[in-house]
Write a protein that binds this ligand. Sequence first.
Ligand code: SF4
Ligand code: SF4
Length: 329
Amino acid sequence: MGNADSQGKPKVALYWAASCGGCECTIVDIGEPLLDIASKVEFVLWPVALDFKYHHIRAMEDKNIDLCLFNGAIRNSEQEEMAKLLRQKSKIVVAYGACAHMGGIPGLSNFSTKEATFNTIYNEVPTVKDEKKRPLPQTKTKVKEGELELPEFYDRVYKLNDIIDVDYYVPGCPPTSDQTVLFLTAVLEGNLPPHGAVFGPKKNLCDECPRERKEKIVKEFYRPHEKRPNLDECLLDQGFFCQGPVTRAGCGSQCINANMPCRGCYGPSDKVSDMGGAFISTLASIIDSQDEKEIRDIVAKIPDIAGTVHRFSLPSFIVNEKSKKEDRK
Ligand code: SF4
Ligand code: SF4
């Protein structure tokens, strides 16, 4: 890794935007190898763990940070400002985890409007639901002491490369600790893939899955709580919604080994451009019927099919791509 401070250590920034904190847990879960990595770098920003301030970053020269791991999607103006600032100050910016990579779980709110999202959060969830209509967040609020400001909440969620140029992507919700160590080691050794690469195997999850596969012919789909899958047979063959055929390998088949179908958090494999579209086409090819009504009945039993096939990738969906420039100021 190129730049070094006066002690000869490369500078590293970690930042979280619209995310759950799982990516931060992965960093901590690295365990003992993290001590070795930490001894070789200097952390200059890590809001979840260390008390650096934004003004410390603003005061730096451009490209002074060697590596920025940015997790989380972009949902508000503060996150956009930080993404742009960290791009300006960093040599390498990495979209770390599914939310920065593809929009992730927060991106599912692109099915809804900003107003509906606020209304659900502040007025409708059971823990706040009562007679009172609560005020919704405003960017400026007058109080007797003066004016309070909040970041602007955008109409939709953006993946990181909608906002800034991204050098690499480390996939996963969250990425595994093992893969994170491999990535950090590659950075420290200057052994990185080409600019813009997703760090991980090119193949799909089915290629590394140990389960036995037969010809896929499905009459009925099940959710994991409705039936216990057997341990040896392909989950999709058994009628479970396993997105292995369109998902990048590299997680070590974590969900499959726990007898749960893959939900696609590693994003599309190299041959897939739109995960949701590709998986719908997989489903269409395995449904065991030629009768339109029967096919409709089989598909109707899958709740929220659009959200299910785009669980982590809605802001990357081609339709969102076409509309994305229109609603951010
Ligand atoms: S569909 Fe799922 S269970 Fe079946 S082979 Fe692929 S990853 Fe394994
Ligand atoms: S099996 Fe699928 S959902 Fe589970 S960790 Fe791997 S890529 Fe993510």
